[in-house]
Design a protein around this ligand. Sequence first.
Ligand SMILES: Nc1ncnc2c1ncn2[C@@H]1O[C@H](COP(=O)(O)OP(=O)(O)OP(=O)(O)O)[C@@H](O)[C@H]1O
Ligand SMILES: [Mg+2]
Length: 322
Amino acid sequence: MAESGTNKSFESLVGHSPSLEALVRTAQIAAATDVHILIEGETGTGKELMAHAIHAVSTRSDRPFVTVNSAALPHELVESLLFGHEKGAFTGAHESKEGYVRRAHTGTLFLDEIGELPLAIQAKLLRFIEYGEVHPLGSTAKENVDIRIIAATNRNLIDMVDSGEFRRDLFYRLNVVPLHIPPLRERNRDIPELVMHFLQLAAQRNTSDPVKFSHKALEALRRYPWPGNVRELRNVCEHVAALMPGQTVCVDRLPLELHVKSPNQRSSTGFELPTGGIDMELLEIDLIKQALAQAAGNKSEAARLLGLTRDAFMYRLKKFGL
Ligand SMILES: Nc1ncnc2c1ncn2[C@@H]1O[C@H](COP(=O)(O)OP(=O)(O)OP(=O)(O)O)[C@@H](O)[C@H]1O
Ligand SMILES: [Mg+2]
């Protein structure tokens, strides 16, 4: 593994918090081997960035890197999209297709959102991992394929294993080197560095002077819980860079929803907890529904009504399956 290559690709992961640095060290060691890797982390934590970095320093770096978004594969076509098919294998198969797995031969297959793969396909994937052979649909021949799998998920796979939604044997095959990317709120000392990085990128792209955040604005960014993680932070930086080029952004010029106050700074809402208690989750779902109704389905407006960023709002919609 070329040392300079190592630094270069993992350098795209900005941040020096101890948890990120420890993770990068483990990832570098794993990258040099050929084991399959499972990257876990909430949405926007940098799983895809990490997968690219691992590939870039691996012995397969000059070979293909093929990304498969498991959640976007139409159910009835998953098998043929992954493992390929022969012409005439099924109605509509007008020509043969090699499939993602064969396309990644000698390289890396990035299986994003692996928790979304149907159980039947999980079984086929496991078989492929064990034998290294692909059986394209409609073909009697087998083909040897050599790939490294990097899988990613923002779901808790072990919970899915317990509930029977994910195969335990596949989980253990992929989880040889588990890499868990911590949420941004657990490494908020990375925030100033990330902010600087995104503001510089935005200034270069817009050919404008970089924006600066005032001390208090930066503090507000550090306090905010970032449910959309680094992606949400990047979006906020791009937003201010576009609207206030060259300016110093003070706390009240931050997007409205970011005027987060620490709990003891917040004034009371006046809401009184009934003596019998409440169902917090139900209340949250109810408020989200009301905000959506009031905003006539406009999600940005509904988010504003609830004092949330759009990312934070979208996160809740997904979490509650709304
Ligand atoms: N440590 C980091 N340094 C610099 N940029 C980062 C970092 N982590 C994430 N990003 C950026 O944040 C955005 C989201 O990252 P990425 O797409 O890798 O997240 P993800 O975990 O795959 O998200 P999802 O689960 O929603 O697919 C990208 O623009 C990425 O470049
Ligand atoms: Mg991703």
